[in-house]
Write a protein that binds this ligand. Structure first.
Ligand SMILES: Cc1cc2nc3c(=O)[nH]c(=O)nc-3n(C[C@H](O)[C@H](O)[C@H](O)COP(=O)(O)O)c2cc1C
Ligand SMILES: CCCCCCC(=O)C(=O)O
Length: 376
């Protein structure tokens, strides 16, 4: 690029998550960008996921030697180097040809956990073969066809996935205006790679409707209930994680049903609009279930300070959804790795500035709502 006064200007590399998002806005096709970025209805929950983080204040402690900070922790018995993983998102090859493999390799390089979506554009077997260094969990959508559902669980077990993540906030498809307007379709060169050769590997098209909505309305089981959590336990010995818990009532049920973990999540604001932000929902859930179950978190994590806040409020580990897609769009595996390294570096800095040397130093009383300082 040449400026008016002829000084060549170098392309500035991204230095925060927002920079990756800005780049994705420029390079992704319109309907792909809309599918990735949008929330449901008025997108209140989508916005609130990030805004609620900004309303929390960190109370730092000073004059503590932080020269040997350690970000490692343990989740479901797995040692991770950092408490930041990648949540499942569908159709990652729309962001970059390396798709799920690039994403999962990047996660492996930082020693963390990658969750593969049922609706991936890479088959679970290929991903397992290509990313042996990454801890992988498999996210499950329950199809009306239970044989198909059982089959994919068995395949995930056989391929070495270490946990089954049942998404519980998507029994019906959220209202997504942009996808309806765009008549969202998966590009014709891509397929749902876990189902190649079957009649559920592609989206159907219809004017004025999202192809994904038509697909899920037709094929996903909207009768799923707590009985299906029991049912899953008869099929798999993998630890079960319930993704999409937002209330104390459901968190307590998850304890009663003896699942391994819950993920506090609102699906990135894509399902029930005006549901609480994930970080708003977290504290009361933590208070109610204590350490009876591991609590994971996603939704709106964009800064190292967000990771710190979620951990202080009781999450064992956080996951990111869209930011990993922005990393992919920037430069495949290398892009995701760069984004994760930036987030980790911000988190380490936050730990240092707050006076924390390890994850267990990050305490509940270090976080207050902004209203705490508005009392006078
Ligand atoms: C484009 C896109 C596709 C998604 N696909 C899935 C999916 O297949 N399964 C699932 O459980 N969650 C899915 N999610 C939700 C994410 O796992 C995650 O909960 C959410 O993105 C977290 O919020 P964040 O994007 O603010 O980090 C998807 C999210 C996005 C943005
Ligand atoms: C019934 C909801 C299915 C959505 C499938 C993909 C996804 O999770 C997302 O787009 O969000």
């Amino acid at each position: 690029m040449i400026t008016n006064n002829s000084f060549p200007v170098k392309k500035v590399p991204p230095c925060c998550v927002q920079d990756f998002e800005n780049n994705a806005r420029k390079v992704l096709p319109h309907s792909v960008l809309d599918y990735y970025q949008s929330g449901s209805c008025g997108q209140h929950t989508l916005r609130n996921n990030q805004e609620s983080f900004n309303k929390l204040r960190i109370r730092p402690r000073c004059l503590i030697d932080v020269s040997k900070r350690d970000t490692s922790t343990e989740v479901l018995g797995f040692k991770v180097k950092v408490p930041i993983g990648v949540s499942p998102s569908a159709m990652q090859k729309m962001a970059h040809p390396e798709g799920e493999i690039g994403n999962a390799r990047a996660v492996g390089s930082i020693g963390s956990i990658y969750i593969l979506s049922t609706l991936s554009t890479t088959s679970l077997e290929e991903l397992a073969r290509e990313t042996s260094n990454t801890i992988k969990w498999f996210q499950l959508y329950i199809y009306k066809d239970r044989n198909l559902t059982i089959d994919i669980i068995k395949r995930a077990e056989k391929a070495g996935y270490k946990a089954l993540v049942l998404t519980v906030d998507a029994n019906v498809f959220g209202v997504r205006y942009a996808d309806a307007r765009n008549g969202f379709q998966m590009p014709s060169h891509l397929q749902f790679a876990n189902f190649i050769g079957s009649n559920v590997s592609k989206l159907n098209s219809e004017l004025g409707s999202s192809g994904l909505k038509l697909y899920t309305d037709l094929l996903f089981d909207d009768r799923i209930s707590w009985n299906d959590v029991e049912w899953l336990k008869t099929i798999t010995s993998l630890p079960i994680v319930l993704k999409g818990i937002l209330t104390v009532e459901d968190a307590l049920k998850a304890v009663e049903y003896k699942v391994a973990a819950i993920m506090v999540s609102n699906h990135g604001g894509r399902q029930l609009d005006t549901a609480p932000s994930s970080i708003e929902a977290l504290p009361e859930i933590v208070n109610a279930v204590g350490d009876k179950i591991e609590i994971l978190f996603d939704g709106g994590v964009r800064y190292g300070t967000d990771v710190f806040k979620a951990l202080a409020l009781g999450a064992k580990m956080v996951f990111i959804g869209r930011p990993a897609l922005w990393g992919l769009a920037y430069n495949g595996e290398k892009g995701v790795r760069k984004l994760l390294e930036i987030l980790i570096s911000e988190f380490r800095t936050t730990m240092g500035l707050a006076g924390c040397n390890c994850i267990s130093d990050i305490k509940r009383d270090m976080i207050v709502h902004e209203s705490y300082y508005h009392k006078l």
